[in-house]
Every structure is written in structure tokens, then in C-alpha cells.
Design a binder for this molecule. Structure first.
Ligand SMILES: Cc1cc2nc3c(=O)[nH]c(=O)nc-3n(C[C@H](O)[C@H](O)[C@H](O)COP(=O)(O)OP(=O)(O)OC[C@H]3O[C@@H](n4cnc5c(N)ncnc54)[C@H](O)[C@@H]3O)c2cc1C
Length: 399
């Protein structure tokens, strides 16, 4: 591992879907030797946040199609599964219609094979980055442990998983001693059999529905609490945003507030794919799941935890929040300090203004949510990692 006197070429902050894919492309496509790539992530293994979040929902298949994965070529995942390009020859359950969405197990086995092939576990430094200090030649990266690393280029692949959204009422309820958990809370593993009888799952999107059905499957009395009726969409944004159909127009928009509005409108927040919609409707119709659309939220008094509505009171033992992630700029104090010290440009929404290579500073690149104003509505997804890597690798190949 490098010390401050021996800079490595590329240091990736964050070992999630984005960080790992970018590292793979730097090695496999740009020809950067693997010992010149380092990934810093506090998790005990790469992709830990992904595995924790998807594991907690109980999802069996991805929402995205088979061509969205961490390998280089579109059909790599199909090839890995042993199927032909039309999916023939795949094991039962490997892909699910529509759009040949891969199983979580297959997708992760493919990730593991890539991590192994490119020796990324050996390049993983289990630590948190607390400071990024670029100068003309290098970037000095300070870790929580006090150690410093230097690199010629840094990629911020921070994701949003470190900032699960907690509504104020839920924070207060938890402080009052009630059992309240956030589905994507770092360190939390949902074990339905450990949960009490009556659970409110809060949220109206795919993860709320998946978690609610998981708890129902373990015999819990579940009330799904949402502020809106189900919104049915196959994907979390229209596939037109993956390619030039919508992105050509997006790229011509120079007003970044307008770009932010386009992203907000394009993303089907709190939506549910049709197949899951049918499953949840079945559970509601056969009485195994209660669905309540309300602005009310659970409270606690001398008679215990409950949801009080106009005419009804639903008794509860626990609350599971499936309220997603905060929408403010990820990175907290680390990114705030970088912005302030180096006067890095930000739009009115607080997000980075970057060039077409996703460069925020000559030596600092971004991906995921931080690259949203450049990559558009798919920036946070797996395909967003692919789009980001394509652009960053062009710089790596030229330098
Ligand atoms: C349940 C769920 C299912 C999803 N399913 C799909 C799907 O089917 N298809 C799709 O395209 N997308 C899907 N997504 C969206 C997206 O692909 C995932 O959220 C993905 O994990 C995002 O990857 P990421 O690398 O940006 O972020 P993360 O997975 O959040 O990884 C970022 C990593 O950076 C680390 N980090 C943060 N700050 C620091 C720091 N200062 N120093 C070091 N490390 C740091 C974090 O600890 C984390 O490990 C899903 C998301 C969720 C939550």
C-alpha cells in the first residue's frame, strides 16, 4: 500500500457498486496495474452496503435488466450464467421476466467472480476517508485511522447508503423507547423471526412492499403505511434515460436547476413494479396485509405504540421504516470541507457541477448521486456506474 511519498494512480473512495465497477474498468479497460488502484471503504467486504440493503428487503431479483452488471460487456452476466444471449440455457430462477432481470444470487456471484479476477479484495483498505486534499500533482487522503494515502487521481463513489432517511417523528419515537428501525440503517440486519407480532412498515415504494411481504411471510401482522396509493412502474425511471433518447436533450440543458427538476420528475420515487404490485394486492385482498394510506404516523402513550386515525386505532409493537435515503448531497463533512477549501462549484441544490469526464477538480472525479447533474436520472443505478466508468476511463486511458 502506498505511503504519502509513493502516490498510487487511482484511489476510489467507496467500495459499493459504483466504486467496484470503476476499479474494474480502470484495471481491465484502461490497463492500470491493479496495485495502482486502491478502494477505501469501511465495510468488512466490498459491496457490503449493497448486500445489506438488498438482503434486508428480501428481494430475489434485481429491478434492472441483465445487461446492467459490473462486468465490461453487456452480455457478460448472461455468459457467466451459462445462458445464451436470449437467456436459453440459464438455470431456473437465474433470470426473471420481463427484461431478464437477474437473481440477486447470480448478480452477486458474478460480482464476486470479478472481484476475485481483478484482485480487488487485496486492494480494499477497510477504513473511512475523512479528508481529501488535492494539490497540483497529487491528492492526500486522510483515513479515520489517522493514516494518509496519496494518489494521482481520486474518485468519490460515496453512494447514499450512509444517509438513510429518518422522519422526525420516528427519531422522537425511538428516543421514547419504541422499537423503530430503518431498513437501510448501517449495521441492521432484518431477521423477521426476531420481530414482535404487530409491525407497521412505513413507506410506499418497492422496498417497503418487499419488506412488508417478507414479514407477512413469517406470520407477522403487518400494516403498510404509505402517504400515497401504489405507483406502478417497471423501472425507477424510464429506460429512455439510459441512452441518447432522453439524455441528448438533458445534455443541452444548461440551467442546472432545470436539470434538477428533470431528474426529480423522471425518477419514479416510491414506485412498485407490476409483478410486485400484483403480489401486494393479493396479500391485501386475502387479508394477510393491511394497507393504510394516511399522513398519520405511529405514536406512543400509556397504552403503548399505535397508529391513531380518525375512527380507528391500530395497536403496534414495532415500526420498520422503509423511507429510503436523504436527498441532500452525500459525503457530509468530508465533501463540505472539500467544497469550501477548494471552492468547488455546486449547483443551487448543493450537488457538484462537473465536466463531461465527471471531474470536479482536475484530480477529483465523482460518480453516483454526486454525478447526477451530469449523468441524469440513472446516475444512482448500476447503469449509472457503467456510464460514469466509461467517462472516467477515457481520462485514465489518455493520461
Ligand atoms: C434495496 C436496493 C435495491 C436496489 N436495486 C437496484 C437494481 O436492481 N438495479 C439498479 O440499477 N439499482 C438498484 N439500486 C440502486 C443502486 O444501484 C444501489 O443503491 C447501489 O448500491 C448504489 O451503489 P453506490 O456504490 O453508489 O453506493 P453504496 O452501495 O451506498 O456504496 C457506497 C459505499 O461508499 C462507502 N463510503 C461512504 N462514505 C465513505 C467515506 N467517507 N470513506 C470510505 N467509504 C465511504 C459506503 O460505506 C458504501 O460502502 C438498489 C438500491 C437499493 C437500496
Amino acid at each position: 500500500m502506498s505511503t504519502t511519498s509513493e502516490p498510487i494512480e487511482w484511489l476510489v473512495v467507496g467500495g459499493g457498486i459504483h466504486g467496484v465497477h470503476i476499479a474494474i474498468r480502470l484495471i481491465a479497460q484502461a490497463g492500470i496495474p491493479s496495485n495502482q488502484v486502491t478502494i477505501v471503504d469501511p465495510g468488512p467486504r466490498l459491496l457490503d452496503a449493497w448486500r445489506r440493503c438488498t438482503g434486508n428487503t428480501g428481494m430475489t431479483h434485481l429491478r434492472s435488466p441483465s445487461v446492467h452488471h459490473l462486468g465490461l460487456n453487456s452480455f457478460d452476466l448472461m455468459d457467466f450464467s451459462g445462458a445464451n444471449r436470449r437467456g436459453k440455457g440459464a438455470q431456473k430462477g437465474d433470470f426473471e421476466a420481463p427484461y431478464a432481470r437477474p437473481s440477486v444470487a447470480l448478480f452477486e456471484a458474478h460480482c464476486d467472480e470479478l472481484i476475485e479476477r481483478y484482485g480487488l479484495n487485496e486492494r480494499h483498505v477497510e477504513d473511512r476517508v475523512v479528508g481529501v486534499e488535492p494539490d497540483c500533482e497529487t491528492v492526500t487522503v486522510t483515513l479515520e485511522s489517522g493514516r494518509t494515502l496519496t494518489a494521482r487521481h481520486v474518485v468519490l463513489a460515496l453512494g447514499a447508503s450512509s444517509q438513510p432517511r429518518w422522519p422526525e417523528w420516528a427519531t422522537a419515537l425511538k428516543a421514547d423507547g419504541a422499537m423503530v428501525k430503518q431498513l437501510f440503517e448501517p449495521g441492521f440486519s432484518l431477521q423477521p423471526s426476531d420481530w414482535p407480532e404487530r409491525v407497521a412498515v412505513v413507506g410506499g415504494g418497492i422496498s417497503a412492499v418487499q419488506a412488508a411481504l417478507r414479514l407477512v411471510g413469517e406470520g407477522r401482522q403487518v400494516t403498510l403505511l404509505a402517504r400515497h396509493p401504489f405507483r406502478k412502474h417497471q423501472f425507477d425511471s424510464d429506460p429512455g434515460w439510459v441512452g441518447p433518447k432522453n439524455m441528448r436533450g438533458f445534455a443541452t440543458v444548461t440551467d442546472l436547476s432545470k436539470r434538477r427538476r428533470l431528474i426529480r420528475t423522471a425518477r419514479h420515487a416510491g414506485s412498485v413494479p407490476p409483478k410486485l404490485y400484483r403480489s401486494v394486492k393479493r396479500a391485501i385482498n386475502d387479508g394477510t396485509l393491511q394497507h393504510v394510506i394516511t399522513e398519520a404516523y405511529p405514536t406512543q402513550d400509556d397504552d403503548g405504540l399505535h397508529l391513531q386515525m380518525k375512527d380507528t386505532r391500530i395497536g403496534l409493537d414495532a415500526v420498520l421504516l422503509a423511507t429510503g435515503f436523504e436527498s441532500h448531497r452525500p459525503g457530509g463533512a468530508l465533501v463540505d470541507a472539500l467544497v469550501q477549501t477548494h471552492a468547488l462549484p455546486c449547483a443551487a441544490c448543493g450537488y457538484p457541477v462537473v465536466d463531461s469526464h465527471l471531474r470536479w477538480h482536475p484530480r477529483v472525479f465523482v460518480t453516483g448521486p454526486l454525478a447526477e447533474l451530469e449523468l441524469g436520472p440513472v446516475s444512482r443505478n448500476i447503469v449509472g456506474a457503467r456510464r460514469a466508468a466509461e467517462r472516467i476511463v477515457r481520462v485514465a486511458m489518455a493520461s
